[in-house]
Design a protein around this ligand. Structure first.
Ligand SMILES: [Zn+2]
Length: 314
């Protein structure tokens, strides 16, 4: 079935064959370095899988190539719209400017016939000024391939409230945003992210731990970008059965299904839908509802949303 993906990291979704080719590594070794073979012990260990892809994402050619290949993979996965995210500041090691980084990724995505936009990630642990640059870039590229900003990285070590001033600036600049919260950090972090103005939450599933957080999500009509396989890989839940996606969905919360990192988690949306069907017996209508929620909360115009809804139901 046709799908929409809102939470997808470019650097966590590079084909192992490309890593192998560009770094002159044996394919087995490339897979080992970029994919979690078994559950990690923490989000930190999971994030270490990004070291290898980041090594190759430092030139215009390579950025363009991995973006194009991801778009091809999305098309194969029957994705009709995706918001792809990445942190431009991580790609300056060989002298590229932030604009060159973004232009290269946009160029790669545009080579495939699929509707995509970019989300620029500010990073937890980066300086105020470095993250401020991302807001300025988002403003510059807004609705020209970039639709919003995000805050990613190690949640537990860098609470969302430390970034309050940056999100106030983003709001003043008219940039909407999503924030990673309620993944490594607790339900309180979800509430804080919503208070700061996020209309979507990356993960957010730990809101289930606090009724107040669930109420706030419903009251503000927030959409959760749920990434089930990723949550298993970072050891948040022992099994899919323990994952709260079904409970959250049954509560009437806007749920969307995402892969987070296709390579690190060795998954696709198709596979994720299959696993969810198997475990929770979601019906096709449930998935349609979730994709409608994704379209409604996408950072695109009303006209574009109407077009996508039509395409979804074709
Ligand atoms: Zn993420």
């Amino acid at each position: 079935m046709k799908k929409v993906e809102l939470h997808l990291h470019l650097d966590g979704s590079i084909r192992p064959t490309t890593i192998s080719e560009l770094l002159n590594l044996d394919l087995k070794e490339a897979i080992k370095l970029s994919t979690l073979e078994k559950k990690s012990n923490s989000l930190k260990e999971y994030l270490e899988k990004f070291d290898i892809p980041l090594k190759i994402m430092q030139t215009k050619e390579n950025l363009e190539r991995v973006a194009k290949e991801l778009a091809e993979d999305l098309l194969k996965d029957q994705v009709i719209y995706a918001e792809v995210r990445f942190a431009p500041n991580k790609h300056l090691e060989q002298g590229l400017t932030l604009e060159e980084v973004i232009n290269s990724v946009l160029k790669g995505l545009s080579k495939v016939k699929i509707k995509t936009n970019l989300i620029l990630c500010m990073m937890r642990g980066d300086s105020f000024l470095k993250n401020l640059e991302i807001i300025k870039l988002a403003k510059k590229y807004l609705n020209k391939g970039v639709v919003t900003i995000d805050l990613a990285g190690n949640e537990a070590a860098y609470p969302v409230m430390e970034y309050k001033e940056l999100f106030e600036i983003a709001k003043k600049e008219g940039i909407p945003f999503t924030i990673h919260a309620g993944e490594a950090d607790n339900a309180e972090s979800v509430m804080n992210a919503i208070t700061l103005g996020a209309t979507r939450i990356g993960h957010g599933v730990r809101a289930i731990e606090k009724e107040e957080a669930l109420n706030l999500i419903k009251e503000k009509n927030i959409t959760l970008e749920v990434c089930p396989k990723s949550n298993l890989d970072t050891n948040m839940y022992n099994s899919l059965e323990e994952h709260p996606i079904k409970k959250l969905y049954d509560m009437g919360i806007n749920i969307t299904i995402n892969t987070d990192n296709r390579t690190v988690s060795n998954t696709t949306l198709t596979k994720t839908y299959e696993d969810l069907t198997h475990t929770f017996h979601f019906a096709k209508e449930d998935f349609i509802k979730m994709n409608e929620a994704a379209i409604k909360s996408a950072f695109i115009s009303i006209l574009e949303k109407e077009e996508l809804l039509k395409k979804l139901h074709e």
